[in-house]
Design a protein around this ligand. Sequence first.
Ligand code: NDP
Ligand code: 8X3
Length: 253
Amino acid sequence: MNKIVLITGATSGIGNACATVFAAAGYNIVITGRRKERLEKIKTTIESEYNIKVYTLCFDIQNKKEVFDAIESMPAEWKAIDTLINNAGLSLGRDSFDTADINDWEIMMNTNVNGLLYITKALLPHFIKEKKGHVINIGSIAGKEIYENGNIYCASKFAVDAISKSMRIDLLKYGIKVTAIHPGAVETEFSLVRFKGDVSKADAIYKGFKPLTAEDIANTIFYTATLPDHVCINEVIITCTQQAGTYYYHKNI
Ligand code: NDP
Ligand code: 8X3
């Protein structure tokens, strides 16, 4: 039986790249997101390219009931997840604390923090029963260093960092591995979402330097996911060569 990885937020960016990298290595994959058409298209493409199976789950990770129902709805053979990649997440706005939209804050906290907690809780009984499993949380360098106007996005990623550390300690007794991956700038739909569809603002973020690609992060995740059972990478902070922390870029302009 092939190993199974469940990737949240696989309809674009890092999650989508993970789907391809794990499929290419022979994993069966469960992909999730809200955009059903994209999930179906990715399933068709990957199944035609690789000799593996893809299972799609369409739900909003902010909704606790939808998350638990989706996991419950999977056939028994698909519930035998080996690796959970908690990737679904977003930033909304890059505004000063005083002017930022409180709805944006709620969506970020509900997605990046609560959503990650819901799906992890839904899958934990399986990992605990098996006395193994690997939870890989996608944090950010924004969860290591605050930057101006990053406020609640940073807070949500600081929470992912803290949650990853606490999971690693509390789940130690079950043999469950916990890894946190903290990327710097990765060119995906992230900035387009953050700036609510403003293409020029989104493009400006990646001007003057060569950012990481979704594949760079997927390959890093894959490396941490495929080490021997006794090896657990606790965390990885990864930036492109022209970035060193949230403030420092060496741009060609
Ligand atoms: P993308 O916008 O390309 O992908 C985000 C994914 O998250 C999509 O598949 C989206 O699916 C899913 N998602 C968002 N909200 C929800 C929701 N409410 N319910 C279910 N799924 C949701 O961005 P990235 O690939 O860049 O982001 C992936 C992760 O990496 C995020 O956690 C992000 O914070 C983190 N990260 C990104 C960095 C970057 O510079 N790009 C750097 C550091 C960390 P759908 O819309 O279909 O629901
Ligand atoms: C995304 C990286 O620096 O835009 O998490 O916050 S940053």
